[in-house]
Structures are given as structure tokens and as C-alpha cells.
Design a protein around this ligand. Structure first.
Ligand SMILES: [Zn+2]
Length: 385
């Protein structure tokens, strides 16, 4: 017979719990009082080990009825319901536990925590939030705050998320400075969408101060400055980004290009891009360099040689397709078809990919839409990973 490891793992702590329960009872008293209850526990455990979950639940319910004071069995039963996706039954068990007057403080906190998990798993976020708030000051506090943070992020309640992150940071429950910066950026974006540019700028300044090494705040700041027609300020912001977080510079390459033209400081920006490219030959930086040189040169023939040089360093289909796009071929009439096929093949290589869950997207995300992880997208394209 094949056993599911998951059920054995569930069974082991249950066996431990049952052992602990048994040790608490005086054997003689147990014998005298109730012989049926322990029999029902073992019957339930046996069903569990045989993967007969429905019968196990029935046996545990019988055991609970025989011995209604046993909180451990309620916990086991509640968790079993939750694992099976029967959230309303799990909630009923845990609410019943909470309603009991004789429950110890530790058990009360455990039941509150279990109830919060029931609501979370069931997707009843309002009730989960309520239950999680009640875990303040308990040993489950850090865990509850993290869950609350996830709820706030999902509902895009950034001020509330920021408040929780601040409290966790102050209580040494982790380093939340980068997340704080993200929350400030999100609020700044909302303000700038409403037309409140000074308000957005103030929040972005706070975000840069909160996490000086983080890429996003500086990039959003540069974007806002570009929007406000301050290209010189854009250059200052992005130069600082290049110093503090050079790995993120490919994301800022189009902004740099724009600011270089607007300020007329092209040689300076070109030098910056080339230094970066020499250290890390990134496609986005390469494209910016090519675009800039092509604009200076007019024909762009020289600039396109950069793709060939890139191919000497990296086996890049993207660079090959870019070079080929404006090359005169011997059988010129077939070029559009060939180019179309190449461009199609290149498209997935130009995506960004979440390092945490593998979710791919055409645009770069600061928070993965797939797994909700912050900063899980590298600044490089799939082909360069
Ligand atoms: Zn992800």
C-alpha cells in the first residue's frame, strides 16, 4: 500500500499530540472515565494513515463529542478541515474553541491564529484582517503583520501597508526599508496621476532617502523630472543611480537617451553608457548607445557595427536580428519574410522574467503580478539571464 507522505506528516504531530494528551491523564482515571474517547482518536488516526479522510473526520468528531473539553483535538480537527478546503467547518471549530470560557491564554491565541488562517485561505480578507489585528501582542504577531501587509498590498492600501512595515521595522521583525520605498513610490505615482507633482516629488525624495541603494525610487524620480521638463535633473538622478545601483541602469537607458538629447549633453551620456556597457554588456544599454550614435552619424552604418561587436562577446539572437534588419542581402526580396520570422523568435527573448516564480512579461515589474514578490525581476532580458 502506498502512503501519501503529507498524511504521514500530518499524522505524526497528531500522534505526538495524542501522546501528550495521554500523558496528561491519569491512566486509572482514564480507564474509569471513558474508554470510548481514546479509541475514537486511534480510529481517526488509523483512517488518516490510510488516507480515508472523511472517516477520519467522522472519528474525530465522535472523539470531540465524547470529550468536548479537549482543545488539542479541536485544533487537529479544525486544521484538517482547513487542509481539505472546508473553511466554514474549520471556522466553526475554531470559533467554538474561542467561545469557551475555560480556554488557556495560549490556546486562545492559537485558536485566534487558526481562525485568521481559515479566513485567509477562504479569501475572506475583511474577516481575516479583523482576526489578524487581534493577534497583536501575541507570539503570532510578526506572522500576522506579514499577512496583513500582504492584504494591504493586494488591496493597494499603501498608507496602511507603510504603517505596518514601520511597526515591524521598529520591532526588529525584519528590514523593511526597500518595501517602504516601494510604498512611497506607489503613493507618489497615485499623486502624479492626479496632477499633484510637488506632492509626488516630495514622496519620491522620501523614498530615495528610505532606501538609497534601491533602484525604483531614483528611476521614478527621473521619470517625474522628465515629465516636468527637467532633463538636467534627470541626468543628476540617473548618474546617482549608476553609482549606487549600476545593475539597474539598463532600465533607465531610454530615460538617459531622452535626457541626453534634451540637454544637449550627448557625449557625457554616451561615455556613461559605454563605461557601463564595458562592465556589463547589456542589450538595453547597447540599444541606447546605437540609437545615440546613429542619430549623431546620420546613416547609422557605423553604429550598427556595435551589434556585430556585441555578437563577438555574446551569442545574442536579438543583436543578430537587429543587425540583419537594415542589412542589404543578396536576395533582398526575401528579407521581409526572414526578418518577420526572426523578430517573432526574438520577442520572447526580450521579456523580463521573475526570479522567484518564472513569470514572464514584456514590461519590467517592481512587484511580480504572479507571486507578489518585490524586486524579483532582474533588470536584464530573458536572453541575458
Ligand atoms: Zn514572481
Amino acid at each position: 500500500m502506498e502512503f501519501d507522505l503529507g498524511w504521514i506528516l500530518l499524522g505524526l504531530p497528531l500522534a505526538f499530540v495524542l501522546g501528550w494528551l495521554a500523558s496528561r491523564f491519569d491512566l486509572r482515571q482514564l480507564r474509569a472515565e471513558n474508554r470510548r474517547a481514546p479509541k475514537a482518536y486511534f480510529k481517526g488516526l488509523n483512517f488518516l494513515l490510510n488516507e480515508q479522510q472523511d472517516q477520519a473526520i467522522d472519528a474525530f468528531i465522535e472523539a470531540v463529542q465524547n470529550d468536548p473539553d479537549t482543545s488539542e483535538l479541536h485544533f487537529a480537527l479544525g486544521n484538517l478541515f482547513r487542509r481539505r478546503g472546508e473553511y466554514d467547518r474549520a471556522v466553526r471549530v475554531h470559533e467554538h474553541l474561542l467561545s469557551r470560557g475555560d480556554l488557556s491564554r495560549t490556546d486562545r491565541e492559537r485558536a485566534q491564529h487558526a481562525l485568521a488562517l481559515d479566513f485567509l485561505k477562504a479569501g475572506l480578507l475583511d474577516r481575516a484582517e479583523d482576526a489578524l489585528h487581534r493577534l497583536e501582542g501575541t507570539p503570532f504577531e510578526a506572522q500576522a503583520r506579514l499577512a496583513l501587509l500582504a492584504i494591504c498590498e493586494r488591496s493597494r492600501d499603501w498608507p496602511q501597508a507603510a504603517a505596518i512595515a514601520r511597526r515591524m521595522h521598529a520591532a526588529d521583525q525584519g528590514d523593511f526599508s526597500t518595501r517602504q520605498a516601494h510604498y512611497l513610490c506607489e503613493q507618489a505615482l497615485a499623486l502624479s496621476a492626479q496632477g499633484d507633482m510637488p506632492g509626488a516629488q516630495a514622496l519620491l525624495e522620501q523614498a530615495v532617502a528610505a532606501a538609497p541603494g534601491a533602484a525604483r525610487a531614483r528611476i521614478e524620480m527621473a521619470r517625474l523630472q522628465a515629465l516636468l521638463g527637467q532633463p538636467a535633473a534627470v541626468l543628476v538622478t540617473l548618474k546617482a543611480l549608476g553609482e549606487r545601483n549600476p545593475a539597474a541602469l539598463p532600465l533607465a537607458a531610454p530615460l538617459l537617451l531622452e535626457a541626453a538629447s534634451a540637454t544637449g549633453r550627448r557625449p557625457e551620456v554616451q561615455a556613461l553608457l559605454q563605461t557601463h556597457y564595458a562592465q556589463t554588456p547589456s542589450l538595453d544599454v547597447l540599444e541606447a548607445i546605437v540609437a545615440m550614435e546613429a542619430a549623431d552619424e546620420g546613416s547609422g552604418v557605423q553604429a550598427r557595427q556595435r551589434y556585430v561587436q556585441h555578437l563577438e562577446r555574446e551569442r545574442s539572437l536579438v543583436a543578430a536580428a537587429r543587425w540583419l534588419a537594415t542589412e542589404r542581402l543578396e536576395h533582398e526580396q526575401f528579407h521581409p519574410q526572414i526578418q518577420r520570422a526572426l523578430d517573432h523568435a526574438v520577442k520572447p527573448l526580450m521579456r523580463y522574467r521573475c526570479a522567484a516564480c518564472g513569470f514572464e512579461a514584456r514590461q519590467h515589474f517592481w512587484q511580480c503580478p504572479g507571486c507578489q514578490t518585490w524586486d524579483s525581476y532582474p533588470a536584464r532580458r530573458v536572453e541575458e539571464l
